[in-house]
Design a protein around this ligand. Sequence first.
Ligand SMILES: [Zn+2]
Ligand SMILES: [Zn+2]
Length: 716
Amino acid sequence: MVATARVAVPVPLPQLFDYLAPARGDMPPAGSRVLVPFGPRRLVGLVLGHGEAAEPNSLNHGLKRIEQVLDAGLVDPELLELLERARRYYAFAPGESVNLLVPQALRRVKPFRLGPPDRVAITAAGRAADAGRARRQAEVLDWLQAGPMAREELLERGASAAVLRALMEKGWIASASAGAASTPQPGPELNIEQRAALARILASRHRYRAFLLAGITGSGKTEVYLQAARRLLRRGRQVLILVPEIGLTPQLIRRIEARLGLTAAVYHSDLSEGERLACWQAAASGQARVIVGTRSAVFLPLRRPGLIVVDEEHDASFKQQDGARYHGRDLAVMRAHLLGIPIVLGSATPSLESLNNAAGERYQLLSITRRAGSAAPPRWSVLDLRGQRGSLHPALLGAIERHLGEGGQALIYRNRRGYAPVLICPACGWSADCQRCDAHMTVHQSAGRLQCHHCGAASRVPPRCPDCGEPELHALGAGTERLEQQLQARFPDVPVWRVDRDSMRRRDQFGRLLTEIRRGQPCILVGTQMLAKGHHLPAVTLAAVLDVDQALFSADFRAPERLGQAVCQVAGRAGRGERPGEFILQSRQPEHPLLAELCRSDYLGFARRLLEERHAAQLPPAIALALLRAEAHDARQACAFLESAARCLPAAGLSVQGPVPAILARRGGYSRFQLWLQARERPRLLQVLPDWVEQLHGLPEARRVRWHLDMDPLEL
Ligand SMILES: [Zn+2]
Ligand SMILES: [Zn+2]
């Protein structure tokens, strides 16, 4: 037998590959980045462990050597352990490990050279350094004493790229976006509840403990974790803050930086390859003290970790929906556990999963029931839409007028972009449907197009009915685009801002609009969930949710939870400043028990009721659920694969249902089916799944379908 390295390579195959030690040099340790031959190609892989194979002979001459060890032990054992657990839990291909743990720039076969950062700052070592006879280097250090400078400016003044690189390598200069310090701004005085929450977190600062910080909107949750972060930073620790979407939270990042007195290193998928690498390296070296990132930041190396925060922990964007389908929040908890540090999950509308964990005492619940400062929660009312023609109730229009007249701003939430969700022919009943999905096309009027929001298919709005020739087609219902027009027509003297993916295509547009809105002039905001996400808009005094009825009757068991979260988040935008707020809900089902419950109690009361229902119905989080999904042009092939998969599943301790069609049974021309695998005890599911999934790759039916396993699925 010979010793081998077990290497993960970035290919979608379900196994690791064995390689011999390089011709010269030792066997690299686990976590090493290596260059290996793979078929006719060479690939950058990651050593995940070691094994043994039969001596190379005429039969297994396929066993090859590692060509080159690029970085020995690049990835810490702690991260390898996290990855191993994640891989078993979510049953993803080992090749994904490379993508999750190694930034793209380090996955290239040709070495990637990190250029000087866009903004350059002097480090503490640089201030103390003596550049000696390196006159050019001394000059650059001298310029930077006054503060960070743009790379372009340094180059214009005559610093060459080589000089900057030399200074970077010595650690005398660094990216200004990682760890540059300023004086922290003092925060507001904490109230009793905030102080109690902070004390509990700090009491656990040396060990693992998971806290669910549930504070009503406007209660100053952020302030609590920022103060905890400050204490840990002062002890030289790093703080990792996970947020749902960076583009939507420019405000939050500025606030974090101001309050902590540090420039945050920001990590998300919109960064360039070089920027991502720079952030990864700054996190690994400990130079980045505060890191704010989206879900993939959970895999960043940390030199001196002290605290992990997951902001808006209920947000579905923490779950990756392709490739390695992991949940960033749940892995963050696992990571804090491995690191032996506290983690804070914050939300005004916690997920039922986290509330269930708090009820089971896996998480400690810290609740804040009062708004910070003098702000009071908004007054709620429900308007009955039955018998109304338009999508805006006259009483809502009256309320908007009143609030604008008193100098306030109004925020109108409608979770539908486009002009209208349906286009029909009043003569024959034809409707514009997607050819490839079980869905209507959405009318986008300004673009003159019909668009499918599921597969992206688009076409021109037909001038007349394609079936009967009727020239007058009707657009039914209203999306944000139509509401914007209606509101602008009704209130011509105030600006109406639309906030959705169509109107805010560029990342900086939304940030600029938020700045404009915070100047406080009366205006109307109409938009999708982009508007509901944790923004502090002190001049908004009226908030409204237009259409909740679809969610009340959805086939998705999570729909009521999402509805409650959206409603409470939108309501929470109103009255955060000096003036009291008002919240209006429009519905054709005003007596529906869920709405009654939402209006009667707070979100936590509502959520606990939903949690009881999930326990009674044996749905997550009361039980563990995984879906095996399969898609094919021919529905029979998808079902045949799932049936065959079900047959090779060990039955004990599991309940298997299906194949059943997905809620959207056809998308992009594919028929979509799934098997539901449920277990009362999560370990039972975990025991069975990894081997089963490996077996599925070998099924003959697997070659005719697209399939994957989704553990703890958020979409059905
Ligand atoms: Zn017609
Ligand atoms: Zn479609």
